[in-house]
Design a protein around this ligand. Structure first.
Ligand code: SAH
Length: 240
């Protein structure tokens, strides 16, 4: 299970590249496979692309191939173990009773990639929250956002908004405004560290006016986060 990082080859680990080069079969969601297509030039290798909602089927296919003795790479964007495919893959292997050697290759997750584009907003305690309510009830997501707001955590928001799912990010903004100043810095990074990168720093009161979609990670500062020139910084607490 390989985390390919944010999408640009330069941001991929050496181990990820090695494993991608050696595998007999490489499989993953088609957008991610397209991003690394140029690396997959081993003529012996089979590349299998799949659609977004076929995660379980994809894992069953990988399990079957691995069970037959093939070396198979399942690609996730960012890190495979952070809202990626590592968990479901291990669950499927367990359910099917297939015992094969497994390697999980970590990658640069979107929160780290977006933070690097913005400055240093994750210097203190932070939580990641995914606003996708396909697999998690919205009530639970909302509760976690509220507790993170109350705990003065920086929030890194994954899956912030899709074409069908537009109200959740507005609700996140309203919850945060109960606990934090309207001037709290909010960073919005689209296509972090890959082609088409867009970086914007806004405020808690205004950030939902910016373009936010499924290619975007939103980082909401804590009560201490500040803007230094063009950077968003959450102080660690050092005395200067
Ligand atoms: N496993 C991935 C996350 C998958 S969830 C990881 O560790 O990064 C998909 C969400 O990740 C997207 O909706 C978006 O919020 C975020 N994301 C992934 N790649 C991104 C990038 N290059 N720039 C900004 N956000 C990204």
């Amino acid at each position: 299970m390989v985390g390919m990082g944010p999408g640009n080859w330069e941001q991929m680990t050496v181990r990820a590249r090695q494993v991608l080069g050696e595998a007999q079969v490489v499989t993953g969601y088609k957008t991610y496979i397209e991003l690394i297509r140029g690396l997959l030039n081993n003529p012996e290798q089979r590349v299998v692309v799949s659609g977004m909602t076929q995660e379980v089927d994809r894992c069953r296919e990988v399990a079957e191939l691995a069970g037959q003795g093939s070396s198979v790479v399942l690609v996730s964007s960012g890190d495979a173990g952070i809202y990626g495919m590592a968990g479901i893959m291990l669950e499927v292997l367990e359910q099917e009773g297939i015992e094969v050697p497994v390697e999980i290759v970590p990658g640069v997750s979107a929160s780290a990639a977006a933070a690097a584009c913005l400055g240093a907003p994750l210097m203190h305690d932070f939580v990641t929250v995914s606003l996708s309510d396909l697999l998690t009830p919205w009530e639970l997501i909302r509760k976690r956002v509220r507790l993170a707001a109350e705990g003065d955590f920086v929030l890194a928001v994954y899956n912030p908004k899709s074409r069908q799912r537009v109200s959740q990010i507005e609700e996140v903004r309203r919850i945060l405004l109960e606990f934090r100043s309207p001037d709290t810095p909010v960073g919005i990074v689209r296509n972090a560290l890959r082609e088409g990168q867009e970086v914007c720093i806004s405020t808690l009161s205004d950030f939902t006016r910016e373009q936010i979609d499924m290619l975007t990670t939103v980082i909401i500062g804590n009560s201490q986060t500040k803007i230094l020139g063009s950077y968003m910084v959450t102080p660690r607490g050092y005395e200067l």
